[in-house]
Design a protein around this ligand. Structure first.
Ligand code: RP5
Length: 166
């Protein structure tokens, strides 16, 4: 248990774990504590409400919710909390994630959900860390270091493919 602000990650199904664990990876790399649980907005609405209210009581600062198809989970999470909610649309079913993207992005005024790309769980984790970094200078410094490493990696990847006829 931690007294530091942490991120609550909720998945609509255990089949969402392979993609959603990328949010955990990003938070691990940033050194941000989190908890991940499965709770379906449609199949287990009572459990979903319980997970959200218990997480808030235990100090969750941000929620990440991932779901596919008729992806109401992030919106339902947002309906129970005024903490920031980041929604991750997941691919699956006939519409390959477009259904989920629209369900997550098209929230009514007053109850926002920040939608990342289809399958964008890693960015959800990074965005959550960035929000927490607003009040955590050590975390902000770690995120800046990660950006520098990313830029250096791009320059490295360029070396073996660079060509010139000049
Ligand atoms: C959504 O329906 C879940 O988030 C999952 O992405 C999708 C399919 O769920 P399963 O049938 O694999 O449990 O609610």
């Amino acid at each position: 248990m931690t007294t530091r602000p942490w991120v609550c990650i909720i998945l609509g199904s255990d089949t969402d774990v392979p993609v959603m664990s990328q949010a955990c990876d990003a938070l691990d790399e940033a050194g941000v504590p989190y908890e991940m649980k499965v709770a379906s907005a449609h199949r287990s609405p009572e459990r979903t409400r319980h997970v959200i209210t218990e997480a808030e009581r235990a100090g969750a600062a941000i929620f990440i919710a991932g779901a596919g198809m008729a992806a109401h989970l992030p919106g339902v999470v947002a309906s129970f909390t005024t903490k920031p909610v980041i929604g991750v649309p997941l691919s699956g079913g006939a519409l390959e994630g477009l259904d989920s993207l629209l369900a997550i992005a098209q929230m009514p005024p007053g109850v926002p959900v920040a939608a990342v790309a289809i399958g964008g769980a890693r960015n959800a984790g990074i965005l959550a860390a960035q929000i927490l970094a607003l009040t955590d200078s050590a975390l902000a410094a770690r995120l800046k270091e990660q950006r520098s490493s990313m830029a250096a990696a791009v320059a490295e990847k360029s070396k073996p493919v660079e060509r010139s006829t000049r």
